[in-house]
Write a protein that binds this ligand. Sequence first.
Ligand code: PMT
Length: 325
Amino acid sequence: MDVTKGLEVPGETLEAEVKAFFDSAPPLQNSDGITQLLDQFIKRNSSPSENGKARRIVCVTSGGTTAPLEQRCVRYVDNFSSGHRGATSTEYFLKAGYAVIFLNRKGSFQPFCRSLPDDPLLECFKPTDESNIQVCEAYSEAVKRAVVDHHTAVTGGLLLKLHFNTIFEYLQILQIIAVSLRCIGPRAMFYLAAAASDYYVPWKEMVEHKIQSGSHLLDVKLVNVPKMLSVLRNDWAPLAFCISFKLETDSNILLKKATAALEKYKMDAVVANELSSRKEQVVVVTSAENVVVKRDKSRSDNDVENPLIKLISEKHATYIEHPGR
Ligand code: PMT
């Protein structure tokens, strides 16, 4: 099997594909507001913190993007990702002293909510009388912890949450974040755990109204979404530390695919994970070594993201000292 399939991106073609993608995208709502929020966030986290150094800032992407089939969208192609990886990693990055820009799919898993049930608002609270509610005893500690930790991170200016639904919104916001973070050079990190659509219908070729049912065959042409990793690396934020992810269901090709992506897109590391074991172990692939990272079941904070973020954060610290590649 050719594991480099889908990785060939001749320079000129990629440039044209990227231009076509952004030219065809519907204008992003509130892009000025997003830029303003980012500028404030970066400025705030660029003055020295307690250790006398400016904080490191990581952009964590999380959840799956959609590719709409209609402009007034009723139907879309979705990507698998619950957002658990991104949300949990965000918590550990905050613990490690990072400021985090959490670019996440609306409605996906959120940081600090791991101990809460699926529908926390309805399950964690109960009415005491007609006009009052209180937290159910069983969840009182978990709710308090989640609310306090989230509030502390957001009001302390350490967590900025931005949302996307479509692949258009995701890549447009990612570009704004990358260009905004360029000014902090190697202090910035991209941790790209989102599952981005590989195919999309260009906006101008998309029907406006809901596709009518009735015909036996639905003929929709989907175009390859250009891989933005090399654009991020070469143009948007050339000095940032870049971690991408590789998900496969066939463990026999996982490491080869991750290594091919590392080389092709000049990532600093690629986190390789297999669908069924992704919460148990991952492999961090770098040009120097492959490190297997496993969940430590003996600890209370026993997520695989705990040792993973420790390792990535150490590699980032080394990179800041010697930013050459
Ligand atoms: O959210 P969970 O349920 O916890 O699951 C976590 C996860 C399995 C989704 C996560 O750990 C993971 O592996 N995310 C990447 C999924 C994937 O297969 O990515 P990909 O092969 O489509 O892309 C690889 C990298 O290229 C990604 O970092 C992506 O951000 C980037 N990409 C993808 C498409 C595209 N057009 N441009 C890109 O830059």
